[in-house]
Unconditional design. Sequence first.
Length: 191
Amino acid sequence: MNLIARAAAIIARPRAEWPRIAEEEPNIAAIYLFYVMPLAAIPAIASAFGASLVGIALPGMGVIRMEPGQAFVSGAFQYAMQLATIYVMALVLAWLAPRYGGSGDRASAFKVVAYAWTPAWLAGLFNLMPALSFLTLLGLYAVYLIYTGLPALMNVPQRRALMVTALLVLIGITLSALIGALIGLIGLARV
């Protein structure tokens, strides 16, 4: 299945698409190369263009535009973090699912995380216009996709899927906060 068809199907009909995904041969490299990498580039590129061409509105400071080189470096770092996050979250899910009655299959965990992240990446388009970046919250639909994907791919019992989803999201938020703190520390060290 091609990228556009898969993205549309997982967003529009997740309960029908997850069983199809479960039947597919697990090829993490192909999913990374042909699905994750192109989609993860969307928010990074949109953020870089938005910050350098339109600018970022900061309270009390007006609109600040980043230099193109600085925006490119920021976007490249964001892209690398997206790719790393998918991998780490798949490992976490493979570790977490068996503790709630599911399987610990890493390939299935990777499929759940990679395909569930689709709306978050697509919502990253709103970063082209930083004033609309709050609409990236539409990417939270990924939480529902994780919840619906767990029983189909990880064999997590439906009654426990909500708990696994909540824990995975909490771990993801914690990981993002740690990465954000690290970025902040690096930024302070440069000043």
